[in-house]
Design a protein around this ligand. Sequence first.
Ligand code: FES
Length: 119
Amino acid sequence: MGSVLSLYTTNTAYVILFFSLAEWVCAGALAVGAAAVGYLAYRSLSCKDKCCKSMVNQDIQKDNPKVVHAFDIEDLGDKAVYCRCWRSKKFPFCDGAHTKHNEETGDNVGPLIVKKKES
Ligand code: FES
């Protein structure tokens, strides 16, 4: 049974009833193919840029697979201020760069402050 699409172009619901199984399969395959191509195009165009922007660490020790700093508590002194925005030029210590980062991005990050209790 063939399509009578040209006879019923004013009533879409009525025309759909006259599509043959082969035409439905063809239309479905075409829709799936178009969706796959669209998804792949979206990923290739937007994911690379999005992935780079979503990285927390933009430029600190990028040749290192994992950036880790460790300090002995006894060596901290009375107060230590650590960067959590990853924009500090003195990383892992805060140099105030979070203020510019927050202004540019609308973010709200700030440092981690470790200090001894005042007694
Ligand atoms: S510079 Fe990163 S938290 Fe202050």
